[in-house]
Design a protein around this ligand. Structure first.
Ligand code: ADP
Ligand code: MG
Length: 313
């Protein structure tokens, strides 16, 4: 459906995208995840033919975005970053304008406009000026603009930025619904968002792709180990003697010393090692008293941070 091959984008000397490649299949909901400045909007602007890549190729439904721009663009509905610009139009006027731009068949135009206005939940505000709408509604208007013309692919740049929690939940539901009929690519710097909506995540940092996977696999991949946090009383500093005694243990990290002189450590081991039992045995042997022991769960947030750090080098 979409293929990005070795795409590099330079703004002057600055390399905003550094040789990125990925494929997107029909029906997927893809999250482009990365911190500010990672290159998400640049990627989306290239996918939509809005700006040219410096090198590399992009195919949309088999059409080269540069050589067959018209056909490629017809496949795509694009919601750029921010809210709609035409604030002096009513919702209906804006959607009509977009329909004209996208050359929606004149005979079907009215009907299609009403269908989208209804689908996106804009029926009650269709005759209001865009400038008088709440941020959440403005975002919907923008989305309606992207949807007109029945594109197979929807590209949504930061669709929930600036919304309150209720509006965010509504827009997420809307995207899930749209994902049943369209291939969706959305960008976000919020991890929980992509893990909730998307079935695949492309993590991008400083113009490079650092991971492509399902949210579940990403979590597993980076986890790769299990960690136990232990608080001990270790007056003779014997804890490091334990290290060689526990098979599969990768590291004992010192975290901090508490006011009562107890110390906190994190034991990191291979995934399939049952650490707790071994830690208990070995620490007892050394005469170290365990005050507390708890498993640390790796979240997707940790996975993200680790991947981003790994990409820095
Ligand atoms: P994101 O959407 O992930 O926040 P962008 O794609 O907007 O990131 O930007 C990626 C990098 O490219 C940033 O460092 C940004 O400052 C730079 N950049 C974006 N657009 C331009 C431009 N038109 N001219 C120069 N630099 C740009
Ligand atoms: Mg952006």
């Amino acid at each position: 459906m979409i293929e990005v091959k070795n795409v590099t984008k330079k703004y002057g000397k600055f390399v905003a995208l550094d040789n990125i490649s990925f494929k997107i299949e029909e029906g997927e909901i893809i999250g482009l995840l990365g911190p500010n400045g990672a290159g998400k909007s640049t990627t989306m602007n290239i996918l939509t033919g809005y700006i040219d890549q410096t090198s590399g190729e992009v195919y949309v439904s088999g059409y080269d975005i540069q050589k067959k721009a018209k056909k490629a663009k017809k496949e795509i509905g694009y919601m750029p970053e921010g809210v709609p610009l035409y604030t002096d139009l009513t919702v209906k006027e804006f959607v009509t304008y977009m329909a004209e731009l996208k050359k929606v068949n004149r005979k079907e135009r009215k009907e299609k406009i009403q269908k989208i206005i209804k689908e996106i939940g804009l029926l009650d505000v269709q005759n209001k000026l865009i400038r008088n709408l709440s941020r959440g509604y403005k975002q919907r208007v923008s989305m309606a603009g992207a949807l007109i013309g029945d594109p197979k692919i929807l590209i949504l740049d930061e669709p929930t930025v600036g919304l309150d929690p209720k509006q965010i939940a509504e827009v997420r539901d809307l995207i899930r619904k749209l994902g049943k009929k369209h291939t969706v690519i959305l960008s976000s710097h919020i991890l929980s968002e992509v893990s909730q909506i998307c079935n695949k995540v492309i993590i991008i940092n400083k113009g490079k792709i650092v991971a492509i996977d399902t949210p579940e696999n990403l979590e597993k991949k980076v986890e790769g180990s299990n960690s136990i946090q232990v608080t001990v009383e270790d007056k003779e500093d014997k804890i490091n003697k334990v290290k060689s005694k526990i098979k599969g243990l990768k590291e004992i990290k010192f975290v901090k010393e508490n006011e009562d002189k107890t110390k906190e450590y994190i034991f990191e081991a291979e995934k399939d090692v049952d650490l707790r039992k071994k830690i208990f045995e070995q620490l007892s042997k050394q005469g170290i008293t365990i005050f507390e022991m708890k498993k640390i769960d790796t979240t997707l947030e940790d996975a993200f941070m680790k991947l981003i750090k790994g990409g820095k080098k």
